[in-house]
Write a protein that binds this ligand. Structure first.
Ligand code: DGY
Length: 353
């Protein structure tokens, strides 16, 4: 049971959360705190060994929450608290069936991930990868300034009234992070925004006009189908949740419809983008460039990965939320969720299962 002879409730934590957050848990005398002691992803074997009888577990997106884990935990388990906003690694239906609550960390990371989404769009469009590696290799002396070298498409528009060009941002998924990303693009002069959300929900023109007002001075925000989004966007931001429903949403068909000058940014989950199709799209010039913070199969992404080898594909190792402020916010939220769940109280952020 979760109440050993000591009367304390065992909680398992799969990563040290640092000196600012661990005390929130260490100071609770009613908890028997078991923490993965190493500074690397928690071993599955260690987790399975320590989870039996736990009342709660705080874990990372690298820790799968599946039948195996829940069976090992047994009926004492009341809460899973993940230090992430994403929950692709969690079997939600199974948690619901077993009455286990799920805590996650929305909101606190919205700004950091929106920042890096914009950063990746510009890095990709402006050849940041090829050019910084040229400098690192010592090749700058052979690459003197020349009129059209290293050019890329411009992701901004002059705000002159005579401007006739348009600039369209497309969003696969239009939740908190996507909206924060669009807000950041307004000063760059984007004129239109398109979004696709869950195809099973009904389109709502009134929602679109509310968004259009909200994102002034953009001329229109419209919900469209995937084809239109692919065809009309100058930059496509992938910002929908991972999981079966969004698996390979960006596939060969989607990429072939995109503009040759368009940029694809994925700061959501690797599974939304078909890596082989994207590598082909970049190699054959169907699109201009890509900026990825997540890749299918991560962290097993090696230098010979087709996307890593593409000169116009900027790849970051899933650091979208990695600011001191945000990670502190996420860790604090995850610790509070764990406490709330174990003590049967409210959580800072609980997913409705
Ligand atoms: C999340 O929270 O889901 C991100 O992917 C990691 O910051």
């Amino acid at each position: 049971s979760s109440q050993p002879a000591s009367g304390r409730t065992k909680v398992v934590v799969t990563r040290d959360l640092g000196p600012d957050v661990m005390p929130l848990l260490q100071e609770r005398s009613e908890l028997d705190l078991v923490v993965w002691p190493e500074n690397r992803a928690c071993d599955r074997g260690w987790l399975l060994e320590h989870i039996p009888g736990a009342g709660g577990v705080l874990l990372m997106l690298s820790d799968k929450v599946n039948e195996e884990l829940l069976d090992k935990a047994g009926p004492s388990l009341k809460v899973v608290s993940t230090m992430s906003v994403g929950y692709e690694h969690v079997d939600l239906a199974l948690l619901a069936k077993r009455n286990v609550r799920l805590g996650y960390t929305p909101d606190v990371l919205t700004d950091a991930v929106a920042d890096i989404s914009v950063m990746l769009a510009f890095m990709a469009s402006r050849n940041a990868k090829g050019t910084t590696s040229l400098v690192s290799r010592g090749d700058w002396p052979n690459a003197t300034w020349s009129p059209f070298a290293f050019c890329g498409p411009q992701l901004s528009l002059a705000s002159s009234p005579s401007q006739t060009r348009t600039l369209t941002a497309g969003f696969l998924g239009f939740g908190r992070i996507a909206q924060a990303t669009l807000r950041r693009l307004l000063p760059f002069g984007f004129t239109h925004a398109l979004y696709s959300s869950n195809p099973s929900s009904t389109p709502s023109p009134s929602q679109d006009s509310a968004y259009t007002k909200d994102f002034h001075p953009i001329q229109s925000v419209r919900r469209v189908d995937y084809d239109t989004l692919a065809k009309e966007s100058d930059v496509v931001f992938v910002l929908a949740p991972g999981g079966e429903k969004t698996y390979h949403l960006v596939n060969e068909g989607f990429l072939r419809k995109m503009k040759k000058t368009a940029v694809l940014v994925n700061t959501a989950r690797g599974t939304l983008v078909d890596s082989d199709a994207l590598a082909k799209a970049l190699r054959e010039g169907w699109i201009w460039a890509a900026g990825l913070d997540v890749v299918e199969g991560e962290p097993n992404v090696t230098p010979d990965h087709p996307l890593v080898k593409e000169p116009r594909c900027v790849v970051l190792p899933h650091i979208g939320s990695a600011t001191f402020e945000t990670r502190l916010g996420m860790a604090t939220c995850a610790a509070r969720n764990l406490l709330g769940g174990v003590l049967g109280e409210g959580m800072q952020a609980e997913l409705d299962l």
